[in-house]
Design a binder for this molecule. Sequence first.
Ligand code: SF4
Ligand code: SF4
Length: 78
Amino acid sequence: MQCRPGCGACCIAPSISSLAKPAGQNCRHLTADFRCTVFGRAERPACCAGLRPSADMCGETREQALAWLTELERATAG
Ligand code: SF4
Ligand code: SF4
């Protein structure tokens, strides 16, 4: 499975502790067209490098991915 261009859902919905990124806010490394400015660089968190697109997470649309990731975040928060 390939990452969908123009999505960025997994850079928005989840919290990322190593970046002090709250859930639901764009990562500071995310561009306006949903690309990662630190891709392939040391600043990119290991959790990002290890994340692979999957049918469950990515769904068929960006909206489905945002909804699934938001629900996952809610279920695992705290
Ligand atoms: S949710 Fe899936 S398709 Fe969307 S940016 Fe992340 S990996 Fe890519
Ligand atoms: S560092 Fe890059 S891949 Fe990780 S959440 Fe931010 S924009 Fe996305």
